[in-house]
Design a protein around this ligand. Sequence first.
Ligand code: A1EIL
Length: 186
Amino acid sequence: MRSTISEQTKLDKKNQFSLWAYNQLLVFFCLVGLGLSLYSYTVELAMEGNKNYKPYCDISPHMSCTKAFGSSYGKGLGIFGENSIFNKPNSFFGIVFYSMVATLSLVNSPITVTASLVLIISSNFASLYFMYVLYFILKDLCLVCIGTYIVNVTNLLLITSKFKKIREINRTELKRQKSNLKKKPE
Ligand SMILES: C/C(=C\C[C@@]12O[C@]1(C)C(=O)c1ccccc1C2=O)CCC[C@H](C)CCC[C@H](C)CCCC(C)C
């Protein structure tokens, strides 16, 4: 009996450690996404003031970030029109999005995990759409944009693993409570 208890606490410790590790990695990749978004935002502001501005992310005519940011798809996620309050640079949504997911990543409750799962899945749909626009319409290789696609799939892998882990922890916890109830009914 004693050995099963220590086996359980060992398992609990292991599960808590993987949860902690997933959270650290999620926060790390959100900070990378936040950095890319902040950088893009400063580039977009500079572009508005100066048409000849050449940022570091403009490497060649076919590897240009200003081509993507300055296109009609670069504002309001390419869907909100001129007069909409959402007609902000895409990177603005990136800043809000990555800050939100980073904050949600610090909590292990089922609600926050589900919320970040939904947000991260949406961001991957956004990635697919922007990938299509970048490659087939603008025929451009915007490295900052590609960086955000990589961050978004990595976040998807991490959040699904975290989601599964939390479900597993809840399942074993429930089983334990049931077996404890059978063994010593009060
Ligand atoms: C670098 C960045 C945005 C710039 C941008 O790089 C993008 C996206 C891109 O691929 C692209 C292609 C073609 C033309 C323009 C562009 C871009 O300009 C920030 C990440 C944005 C992130 C992909 C947005 C996630 C949006 C969520 C789905 C929104 C959730 C809403 C929240 C506010 C709650």
